[in-house]
Structures are given as C-alpha cells and as structure tokens.
Design a protein around this ligand. Structure first.
Ligand code: NAP
Length: 477
C-alpha cells in the first residue's frame, strides 16, 4: 500500500510487486507499485501540509514523534520478524535495528526543541540583526534495503522535527518495514500530508521527486553510483542534498593491540548483516609481526559462526539480499585467490539443503590480500574478510586512505598517543578506536570523499533540514 495525504491507497496504475524472503524464496507480500502520478499526488499533499506543520510548536511536533516511537516500541517483536523475513538479517540484529530506529525518533523529538537562532551585533546603531532557522520545505527521501527501518527514521525524524514535510521511497526489496513506520505515524495521529510513502519504480518515483521544484531537499542513502546521479539531477532545481553512500572501511590492527578483542571487533564489524552494511570492515590491515596469529584467531572464531535462516535460534549470519550479491562475493574471492590470496576459512557459496535458495555464503577469511585485488578497491558488501599486512604506522595510514571512499574506519591499539595520531590522519567521517560498532543516534554519521555529503544523527543531522534566515531591522531612533 502507498500512504498519501493520510490515506492508504493502491497505485493509480494498479501495478503491484512481490516481496520475497531471501532465505527461502517464498513470496511474503504483494504491495502497490507507485509511479510518477502517485509521487506527484504525494508531493501536492506534502506541499499543502507544509505551512501548518511548519507553524506548530516544537513541543507539538515532539508529541507526534514521541507517540510514534512508543507505538513502535510496543511492536518490536512483530516488526523484527517482518524485517528478517523481507531481507534476511538474524532476528537479534533486526531487533537491534528497530531499537536504533526508535532512538532517532526519541532523539529528534527532543532536538526539535533546540533549533536556536542568533542575534548579531550590527554595523550601525540603528540596525538590529536576527538570524532564525526555518524548515527547508518539502523533502524527498530515498532509502536502501540493508537497514530497512533505521535508515527511514534517521531521515524522517529530523525532517519532521525541523518542520518539513516528506515523501519517502523505501527500497523495493524491503517495503514492509517502511509500511510499519507509516502505520505507526498514522496511529500517532500525524496530520494528513505531513509524511507520505510511495514505494515502487525507482526511475518513476525518484524521477518525479527530482523534477519537482516543490521538493526542496533530497536525502538519499544508497550506492555511490546512484548518489552521484541524484546530485547531478538535483542541479536543475538547485535542491539541497544529503548523500549517505558507499564505504570501504579499513580496520587497522597494530601489534600492541589486544588481538582477541581486535579479532572479535573485526568479526562484529565485518559479518554483521552478512557483511552488507556501509560501515562494514572491508580491508583488515594487520601489522606483519602479528598477522599470522591474528588470522588464526579470526579463522577459529569465524568458523564457529552459524549461517542460516535468520528466524532460527542461534543463527549469526542470514542470507544475502539476492543471488547477485552472492555472485559478487564469489567473484571477489576468486579474483583474490587468482592473485595469491589464501583462503583461511570459508570461501564458497552455500547451495545445498536449507541453503537451496542460493542466497547464502560462507563467512570467509582471506590471508595475503594485496592491492591488485578487486577486494582492495571495490565495496564487497558480503561476508568476506581480507587480511592485508603492513610494517609501519605511516604505511597503514597511507594504505587505509588509498580509496575514493571515506565513511568508516577502525583502529585497534593500546597506545593512547597512536590512537589520536592515527584517528586524526584517517580521511574518514567516522573512526572507531577499539570500537567496531560506533553508530548511535546522538552522533554524526556520514562520510567524506565519494562516501557522501551531510551528516545524519545528533544535533548535526537536523541542520540538513533547515535554512538560515537573516533579518535586518532598520529602527527609528
Ligand atoms: P541502491 O541500489 O543505490 O538503492 C538505494 C535506493 O535508491 C533504493 O530505494 C533504490 O530503489 C533507489 N534507486 C536505485 N536506483 C536508482 C536510480 N537510478 N535512481 C533513483 N533511485 C534509485 O543501493 P542499495 O543496494 O539499496 O544499498 C546498498 C548501498 O547503500 C551500499 O553501497 C551501501 O554502502 C550504501 N549504504 C550507505 C549508508 C550510509 O549511511 N552511508 C547506509 C546504508 C547503505 P529500488 O530498491 O526500487 O531499486
């Protein structure tokens, strides 16, 4: 179903699409496939709703967001099962993601109360300067499948808190979690038109958002390739843009690190969501003196990870999103092996018995990775951990920075001075220092270079939904 102007509806074209469970291949739902006409209706509704929504007090907007959070809090188990069925991640990870999604609603419900302005000393005794913050207007939001609920509230909550209205298009692989968020907004009594959901054809829905002069801002999370295209398209109507794009995270382990903790950290960062997160470790750089030892610890721990249907107890790694993703992981391994990498554990797709749907992949550790291999410069987005070696701190930093991406990076060391030296030298938006899972609602998430522009989370995340207004007063003295 689409949600436009406060009502659930089918697509005007009558078209639908199927949602399948990557673990089993079963069709779990058939949903409306929105197009350009539906998107235009949603834009019209968001435009009409904007003035009244923008005029509400922050406390009034707080109540809607807080009530939505409370409704979702009461449905964690139900929605977690839905997320696991539509995209595969283990149930515990789905629950964790919903917790994060709710955190964004809670955080921005409060943060909306702190949208402050400034007074500035004027250049003349008869003038006064006041700067206020105003919502940018109607927002178009586009989200990916790998975090089907948290990526939505990370945009929706600051947009609504700032006084903007919104049209959201969720990924076609995962429209069901998005529908649950909009059900909660509806039950919370959100005024009609303030938030609209149009899932469906990316070309048509996003195309209509991009072409519309009414949509003043585009916020996108997804691949760098699509993000670049949207930035190009946004030029025609000069939209404000926020881009949360791909990553290629380095994970640096110095010889003084606690190798057990570093290996656990690398596993937590690499294999979460079957390796399908933008901040997943993609390249593990280990100081040469401890590389063999670290690889052995990793391999022992990784070989104990259980691959299976995420709904089953004890499963650590669910299916990948589709067979194409499996093929990419296999291609990266084959390329690496042909150039000298050694498979320490895993290495292949799984296809027999419970894995027959073809979306499962063995968690893999590779040793002797080098920079000629595809895995060193392309985002794998799969459960493959390549280990590279380095000799010096300078070399580790140089090689970690040798990529077009700049989202997340990780450093494991016990040396306090090195923590600062390396963290400051890494050309990344996020650095986890002995911390493999840094994401929280109150901190700025986002990247530099081709990983994007803008930040989501914390006091920083609401900035992207606000414009400045400079008011200059000439007084009668
Ligand atoms: P994607 O293919 O770029 O898709 C993301 C969204 O864009 C989906 O809603 C998709 O719709 C839509 N889309 C696809 N092609 C489009 C086009 N030509 N024009 C307009 N919209 C289009 O990315 P994905 O495979 O879903 O997600 C994985 C990528 O997201 C990875 O690169 C990952 O690193 C990145 N990511 C980044 C962050 C971050 O915060 N930086 C967070 C999560 C993921 P359909 O589903 O209908 O095709």
């Amino acid at each position: 179903m689409l949600y436009i102007n406060g009502e659930w509806c089918q697509a005007q074209s009558g078209k639908t699409f199927e949602v399948t469970n990557p673990a089993t291949g079963e069709t779990i739902a058939t949903v409306a496939k929105g197009g350009a006409a539906d998107t235009q209706a949603a834009i019209d509704a968001a435009q009409a709703a904007f003035p009244a929504w923008a005029r509400l007090t922050a406390k009034e907007r707080y109540t809607y967001l807080k009530n939505t959070a409370d409704i979702l809090r009461g449905r964690v188990d139900e929605i977690a099962a839905l997320i696991t069925r539509e995209m595969g991640k283990p149930l515990a990870e789905s629950k964790g993601e919903i917790g994060l999604a709710i955190d964004y609603l809670d955080w921005y419900a409060e943060e909306g109360k702190r949208i402050y302005g400034d007074t500035i000393p004027a250049s003349s005794p008869s003038k006064r300067i006041i700067v206020t913050r105003q919502p940018v207007g109607v927002v178009g939001a586009i989200t990916p499948w790998n975090f089907p609920i948290a990526m939505i509230t990370r945009k929706l909550a600051p947009a609504l808190a700032a006084g903007c209205t919104i049209i959201l298009k969720a990924a076609s692989a995962t429209p069901l979690a998005a529908i649950e968020v909009f059900k909660a907004l509806h039950e919370a009594g959100l005024p009609k038109g303030v938030a609209n959901l149009v899932n469906g054809s990316a070309a048509e829905v996003v195309g209509a958002m991009m072409a519309s002069p009414v949509v003043r801002k585009i916020t996108f999370t997804g691949s760098t390739e699509v993000g670049k295209e949207l930035v190009r398209q946004s030029a025609d109507t000069m939209k404000k843009v926020s881009m949360e794009l791909g990553g290629h995270a380095p994970f640096i382990v110095f010889e003084d690190a606690d190798l057990e903790k570093a290996a656990e950290g690398a596993i937590a960062s690499k294999f979460r969501n079957a390796g399908q997160t933008c901040i997943c470790t993609n390249r593990i750089y280990v100081q040469k003196s401890v590389a063999e030892k670290f690889a052995a610890i990793m391999a022992e721990k990784v070989s104990r990870l259980v691959v299976g249907n995420g709904l089953e107890e004890g499963v650590n790694i669910g299916p990948m999103i589709d067979r194409q993703a499996v093929e990419k992981a296999q291609e990266h391994i084959d390329d690496a092996v042909s150039k000298g990498a050694k498979v320490v554990c895993g290495g292949s797709k799984l296809e027999q018995g419970a894995y027959a749907n073809g979306c499962f992949f063995e968690p893999t550790v590779l040793l002797n990775a080098t920079h000629e291999m595809k895995i060193s410069y392309e985002e794998t987005f799969g459960p493959v951990a390549p280990i590279f070696t380095f000799e010096t701190e300078e070399e580790a930093i140089r090689r970690a920075n040798d990529t077009v991406y700049g989202l997340a990076s990780y450093v494991f060391t016990k040396d306090g001075s090195r923590m600062f030296r390396v963290a400051e030298a890494l050309d990344y938006g996020i650095v986890g220092i002995n911390d493999p899972v840094p994401t929280v609602a109150q901190a700025p998430f986002g990247g530099v270079k081709e990983s994007g522009v803008g930040r989501e989370g914390g006091k920083y995340g609401i900035e992207d939904y606000l414009d400045y207004k400079f008011m200059s007063f000439q007084l009668e003295m």
